[in-house]
Design a protein around this ligand. Structure first.
Ligand code: SF4
Ligand code: SF4
Length: 346
């Protein structure tokens, strides 16, 4: 379905959606983040890129799986804690971040279906905003088969046409949101369609960073497992994990029991994000660590995204959002690393 919505009608549309939990990008302490709001006037679609992608809403950084209480010694009561039954709408999802969710869908929806992830995913509608101008100088979505107006993973995509949005729906969930405020949406004119086309062509041209000959990278990585290249490239890494915590496609986690009382024993089983950049991530209980140094951990990050995931799912596990480049505290630049990989030994 294709429609247009005037900008001044946006809050009126959101007002009709207040039975949902509504998320919007909000600026907090110099960072943009998705935050829940019940004020339709708060919706802001003119923002750069959130520090954390909307992955944090579907797959939270910390979540309780179950609570337990062993008051009868050896016969503990266990209560499963599932995500709340409440539909949600996320406004302002960037196309690269929506595409990233199609990758986490594969991981959490394989042989084992993660009910915590899927409960949130299924009850959330994603309203995207096209990137008429790249939000980061380090954006490179086009190099990894994406685009500033990709619809992958989205239910609705809005494109800013000046005083109105061009609105496209791709799923039943998306259509439902429009049907809740039918009178506000009008059919696009021929000029609206022409403007959309021009904006799309221009938006791709504005993306300056790229990976040349990306297809050469996976086979090259296969040959470079034991290369000293990884020692050199990882020398400045602080192993802070920012590159993976902020990545919309990274999905590793740990599960721990947190004891809140010792008599009787009471506690919670908790899942938290984890990262392959931490030394403990692969530490065995024997004390052996198969990835004992920064070099093997940087190699893992790059090979997972540009070799293993490609072998398994026929996609780079990267959507070109640029966060890991812009926010690495020591300036390790993924695209420079990949350029060197491609040209290594030539
Ligand atoms: S963000 Fe940079 S310094 Fe931190 S772990 Fe990643 S590569 Fe290393
Ligand atoms: S690897 Fe870096 S550029 Fe690619 S999706 Fe993750 S954070 Fe974004």
């Amino acid at each position: 379905m294709q429609k247009v919505l005037t900008k001044k009608s946006l809050p009126q549309w959101v007002k009709k959606l207040l039975s949902y939990t509504i998320y919007t990008p909000v600026e907090e302490d110099d960072h943009w983040n998705f935050v829940a709001t019940d004020n339709p006037e708060d919706i802001n679609l003119d923002y750069p890129l959130t520090t954390l992608s909307p992955k944090k809403i579907i797959f939270p950084q910390r979540e309780i799986f179950l609570e337990f209480c062993d008051s009868t010694e050896g016969n503990p009561e266990v209560k499963e804690v599932l995500p709340a039954e409440k539909s949600a709408v996320i406004f302002g999802v960037r196309p690269c971040d929506a595409k990233a969710l199609t990758f986490t869908d594969k991981v959490f929806g394989g042989d084992f279906k993660d009910i915590y992830y899927w409960k949130r995913r299924n009850q959330t509608t994603l309203v995207g905003i096209s990137c008429n101008t790249p939000p980061y100088t380090n954006c490179f979505c086009v190099s990894v088969n994406g685009s500033p107006y990709s619809k992958e993973g989205l239910d609705i995509l809005l494109t800013d046409l000046g005083d109105k949005y061009f609105v496209e729906t791709y799923t039943k969930k998306g259509e439902k949101l429009l049907n809740l405020a039918k009178g506000l949406f009008k059919s696009p004119t021929a000029k609206d369609k022409k403007d959309l086309e021009k904006i799309r062509i221009d938006s791709k041209k504005k993306i300056k960073r790229q990976i040349k000959n990306i297809k050469k990278i996976p086979p090259k990585l296969k040959e470079m497992f034991d290369s000293p290249f990884w020692d050199e490239e990882s020398m400045s890494c602080l192993r802070c994990g920012i590159c993976t915590y902020l990545c919309p496609t990274c999905h590793c986690f740990d599960i721990n029991d947190e004891i809140t009382s010792s008599s009787p024993i009471k506690g919670k089983r908790i899942r938290t994000w984890d990262t392959c950049q931490f030394p403990d991530f692969t530490m065995h209980s024997s004390g052996h660590n198969p990835r004992p140094d920064k070099a093997s951990r940087l190699r893992q990050r790059i090979l997972h995204k540009f070799l293993y995931f490609v072998d398994r799912y026929q996609n780079y596990q990267c959507t070109g959002c640029g966060r890991c480049i812009s926010l690495c505290p020591v300036g390790i630049d993924l695209l420079e690393v990949l350029d060197k990989v491609r040209d290594y030994g030539s």
